[in-house]
Design a protein around this ligand. Structure first.
Ligand SMILES: Nc1ncnc2c1ncn2[C@@H]1O[C@H](COP(=O)(O)OP(=O)(O)OP(=O)(O)O)[C@@H](O)[C@H]1O
Length: 476
């Protein structure tokens, strides 16, 4: 690891880093910072928890101190919680500058944000949707002079997942100056390299950590093979064991849906585990409050959807449990990367059903790491199986009596309206697409069946012919 002064940082910044216990640059910082300070576009790909945030925050602060004005830098990030975390790094490291930063994310007061933007902050940290809304609806701020555009978790911002940022990005890029420095960072940058290169304008400096594996060595990666209906019993057993053995451990449990997140939280609370949740169907203020309580170790267990899988830096997290096996290796890399950060140790345990084994193989292929089986006393799990399943069912019934599903439907409709679509037309379109998909599937099956039949009858007649031939040969 390198010395910060030798990388071109001013003394005040080096001092600021020291105060935060950041004494030597990590490889991503050592390699990317000089290129950024030289004025080059940069793409940095390094493992989770390797200090990518400081790799862009520090050079931006250095340049800002040489020529301070607002708005100097725009950082885009896929989740609201991550925006707050990045803004905090800017605020802490940039304190001696009297840095003014502003956070523009969905779910928070738009008027207050518009006011903040009009005060020309030095740094704006935003999620694309809300910033694009401000650009569309207001002319009280300008981004025409920004010097830096940073895309943190850049591959997520550019992929077309369940939240598609591409339209909002177009709006944002449309108001930025062509002459700027563009910096892209992620632990999984290489998967969308070409799209990313199109955003970084001037032949970017590209740096990727050289390593055979894509997860950190300090992470002990495990799996438990379990039938679907025993999964929750394993989960309860694991948490009981961890909490019995360690006072200071925090655990993140990832699951696939908001509803599952809610049910598991209710269920673990029935077992008196200090559990809190984080998912996109919660009000934003509640999301922030829950995360703050988890960070402060008021609650030791956080159950989250993938809204928490990227970027969050919580040093007390010792264990990540995947309640479902992630469908994409990339998702797995980010989820398990919430532990074993900045050189610390951590454990990840993935619950795998017989239907997910192929997913584990593809995770192992991409990460170049073999997951090891996590030893569990099965007898202990079976002892609590009925109690756990009854408790889960009770929680499901309790949740069904609330308006959770209804809220979900309303949220979906709201989202469609915001995207300028008619929810009823969309529902009709979806139903038609589904019909076509089913038809296609039926057709495919029919063809396969008739091919199979044809093959079968060919084989039969061939066998008959051979029999006849043999009979004829025998009579001769
Ligand atoms: N040079 C350094 N020395 C020691 N700790 C550091 C250094 N740079 C950053 N850190 C600390 O390492 C932790 C992880 O950093 P950061 O959140 O930037 O990781 P990341 O690479 O962005 O991870 P992810 O891919 O998960 O977003 C933070 O707590 C940060 O303060």
């Amino acid at each position: 690891m390198g010395d910060f002064s030798s990388l071109g940082l001013s003394d005040w910044l080096v001092k600021q880093c020291k105060q935060l216990g950041i004494n030597k640059a990590t490889p991503v910082q050592e390699n990317c910072m000089p290129a950024i300070l030289e004025g080059r576009d940069c793409m940095g790909c390094a493992k989770t928890g390797s200090g990518k945030t400081a790799a862009f925050v520090l050079p931006v602060l250095q340049k800002l101190s040489e020529d301070p004005y607002g708005i100097f830098c725009l950082v885009l990030t896929p989740t609201r919680e991550l925006a707050y975390q990045i803004a905090e790094q800017f605020r802490v490291l940039g304190k001696p500058l009297g840095l003014r930063e502003c956070i523009i994310v969905g779910g928070m007061d738009m008027v207050a944000q518009a006011l903040d933007l009009s005060n020309q902050p030095h740094v704006v940290v935003a999620t694309p949707g809300r910033l694009a809304d401000h650009i569309r609806s207001s002319n009280t701020f300008s981004m025409k002079k920004i010097k830096f555009l940073i895309l943190d978790e850049a591959d997520r911002l550019l992929e077309q997942g369940c939240t598609d940022f591409t339209k909002d990005l177009e709006v944002i890029l449309g108001v930025l100056p062509a002459k700027r420095q563009t910096l892209l960072f992620s632990a999984t940058l290489t998967d969308t390299l070409q799209e990313l290169k199109n955003i970084a304008l001037n032949k970017p400096y590209f740096w990727e950590s050289k390593s055979e594996t894509r997860t950190v060595e300090e992470l002990d990666q495990r799996y438990i093979l379990t039938p679907e209906k025993v999964k929750d019993a394993y989960l309860v057993h694991l948490i009981q064991t961890f909490t019995d053995e360690h006072d200071d451990w925090s655990i993140i449990i990832f699951t696939n849906t908001c509803k599952n997140c809610q049910i598991l939280t209710m269920m673990l609370r029935e077992f008196h585990f200090p559990t809190i949740s984080l998912h996109s169907m919660m009000k934003q203020k509640q999301r922030f409050a829950n995360l703050a309580k988890f960070k402060a170790s008021v609650y030791k267990i956080l159950i989250a959807t993938d809204v928490a899988s990227r970027g969050l830096d919580i040093p007390t997290v010792q264990v990540v449990i995947n309640h479902n096996t992630p469908g994409l290796p990339k998702l797995y890399i980010h989820r398990v990367g919430r532990t074993a950060r900045a050189g610390r140790n951590g454990v990840s345990i993935t619950l795998v059903t017989q239907y997910d084994i192929h997913l584990v193989h593809s995770i192992e292929g991409q990460t170049q790491t073999k997951l090891k089986e996590y030893p569990v006393e099965e007898k202990e799990v079976h002892k609590i199986l009925t109690q756990v399943n009854v408790t889960r069912r009770k929680c499901e019934i309790k949740l069904e009596s609330t308006d959770f599903d209804e809220k979900k439907e309303i949220n979906k409709r709201k989202q469609l309206i915001l995207e300028g679509k008619d929810p009823d037309l969309e529902a009709k379109r979806k139903a038609e697409l589904e019909k076509i998909r089913k038809e296609k599937k039926r057709f495919k099956l029919k063809i396969q069946e008739s091919i199979q039949k044809q093959k079968h009858s060919q084989q039969k007649s061939q066998a008959k012919r051979q029999q006849k031939k043999k009979a004829a040969e025998a009579t001769v």
